[in-house]
Structures are given as C-alpha cells and as structure tokens.
Ligand binder design. Structure first.
Ligand SMILES: [Zn+2]
Ligand SMILES: [Zn+2]
Length: 290
C-alpha cells in the first residue's frame, strides 16, 4: 500500500508535489482549482505539462490524484446549479487529464429532497458528458466517485448507490470509486475488526466491484460512528482510532491501492508525522493478518 497525502497548491503545482515528497508521501492529491469557488482553473497548458513531467520523473512520488471542486452538485434539482456543476466538472477533468492524474475524485452531490431516482439519470448524463468531452489520450483519467458521509440527501452514501450510478452510466470503464474511511464510519458502516473489514471488502466486491476501487482516503473521524457528518481527524486521534483503521488497511485485496490522507494536521493539512502514523496503522494491519 502506498501512503499518500492531500497537498495544497497555493505556491503552485510542482511545489505541491515536492511538499508531498518532503513529508514522506508516495502519492499526492491536489485540488484542480480553488475548491470552494466556481472560478475555473488558472493553470495554463505549460503549467500542466511541467507538472506531468515533474511527476513522471519524480523519484519518490509515484502518482497523483486530483480532487474536484466541492461546489459541484451533479444531483441538484436546480437547473442553473446543475449546469454550472457540469461545466465545472468538465474543467476539473480537463485539468486532471493535463496533469496526468490517475483519477479525479468527486463528491456527486445532494438531490436536496428531489429523490435519488429522480437525480440518477442527470448524474449519469453529467458524468458521461464530462468523460466524453475531455481531450484524453490512450489512458484517460477516470472519475472516482467518493462515498459520502450521508448528510442531507447526498448521493453515494452507500456502495449500492454508487453501483447504481455506475450502472446508469452503462458501466463506463472510466468510472471508478474512492473509499473514504471517515465518510464510511460516519455513514454507519463498521470496519474496525477483521470480520467487519472482510465484510466491507466483500460488499465493495459485490456492488461496485474491486476493480473499480482505485483509491482510499485514509482519515480518522472527529464525529461518532453513524453521525453522518464529514469531519476528518488526524490518524489515531479520532473516534475510529489507529487500531480501528488497521484491520481494513491490512486487507490483502487492498494492498495495491494508494491510501491518501486528508487529515487536518495542525491546521495546514497532513504533516510528516501524519504520514508516519498512517504507515504505522498499515503495518500494524499487516501484522494483525499475518
Ligand atoms: Zn472528497
Ligand atoms: Zn475524502
């Protein structure tokens, strides 16, 4: 398992990659643009090319994932917000493609009471529009649908729902899944014992399929099990705890995946000690299962 970290691109993309390496991450995740603004990416083609080259040649960081803008809501019943969301997703995917990312992680959004079944065809159509619209090479950047914490009518609160979204998009192979441990915990799915972790991996295999699972988001939780809130905590400090994460991290079927930290650190995101804590939880999980 490669341990990764979300890194901020305030000083530019290549410095963000280097920051990831400096804290010991083997994988980085970067926002394609300011996550809480509609304003499109400021990165020109030269900047994206420079990032792609720096990533390809990097001695320790082996891959990059991008995270889409939080404002995107593909399930919105409001036509104006839905249209803005589609345009923004397309722009995000084009940036991720330009960076040579292994995936663009996306929160699908909330149907705001209009109902999952009503939102489903619109979500699928928006995903296909973005995937078909991007200028991709032989190895297109997939969109990775992230499981939601379950607050306020969010779409994708369970793997069954994510599987339905993928099926509605005709099972397009450019769609994958990202499993966030904090969101899962908050949505009331247990995985802290070996038996529970095994059941979860079986559930993923039976719904979206393990080949679609491309990335883990490795976060402890500020809120209690089942609290339905998206609140990340540093590894070992939250309600899941390092031991609670180990059984899942040690699962043999997950060893090829990157596990990306999106923890607060001391306010500026993952630090070197957070990467160390994550690696410890993983090696403890391997030992637990050996
Ligand atoms: Zn996310
Ligand atoms: Zn996440």
């Amino acid at each position: 398992m490669r341990i990764g970290a979300h890194v901020r691109a305030g000083k530019g993309l290549v410095p963000a990659l280097q920051h990831g390496a400096d804290i010991g991450a083997e994988v980085v995740q970067i926002f394609t643009q300011s996550p809480r603004m509609w304003k499109p990416s400021q990165y020109g083609a030269e900047v994206l090319d420079a990032y792609r080259a720096a990533q390809a040649e990097h001695p320790s960081v082996t891959s990059t994932f991008c995270h889409a803008t939080y404002l995107i809501n593909l399930a919105s019943p409001d036509p104006e917000l839905a249209a803005k969301s589609r345009a923004c997703l397309s722009a995000n995917l084009s940036t991720a493609e330009g960076m040579g990312a292994d995936g663009l992680v996306l929160h699908i959004g909330s149907h705001r009471g209009s109902g999952f079944d009503t939102a489903l065809p619109n979500v699928a159509d928006a995903l296909m529009e973005a995937l078909d619209g991007v200028d991709a090479g032989d190895d297109p950047c997939p969109i990775l649908l992230e499981n939601a914490a379950g607050a306020g009518d969010t779409v994708g609160r369970s793997f069954e729902e994510l599987a339905q979204v993928i099926a509605a998009a005709d099972g397009d192979e450019r769609l994958g899944v990202c499993l966030d441990t904090q969101h899962l915990w908050a949505s009331g799915v247990p995985f802290a014992s070996i038996e529970e972790a095994d059941e979860l991996v079986e559930l993923v295999a039976d719904t979206v399929g393990l080949e679609r699972l491309r990335c883990l988001h490795l976060n402890d939780s500020k809120v209690a099990f089942g609290a339905n809130k998206d609140r990340h905590e540093n590894i070992g400090v939250g309600s899941i705890g390092a031991e609670g994460l180990s059984a899942l991290l040690g699962h043999p079927e997950l060893q090829g995946l990157p596990a990306v930290l999106e923890v607060p650190g001391d306010g500026d995101g993952p630090r070197a000690e957070d990467v160390v804590a994550a690696r410890k939880a993983w090696t403890a999980g391997l030992a637990l299962r050996s």
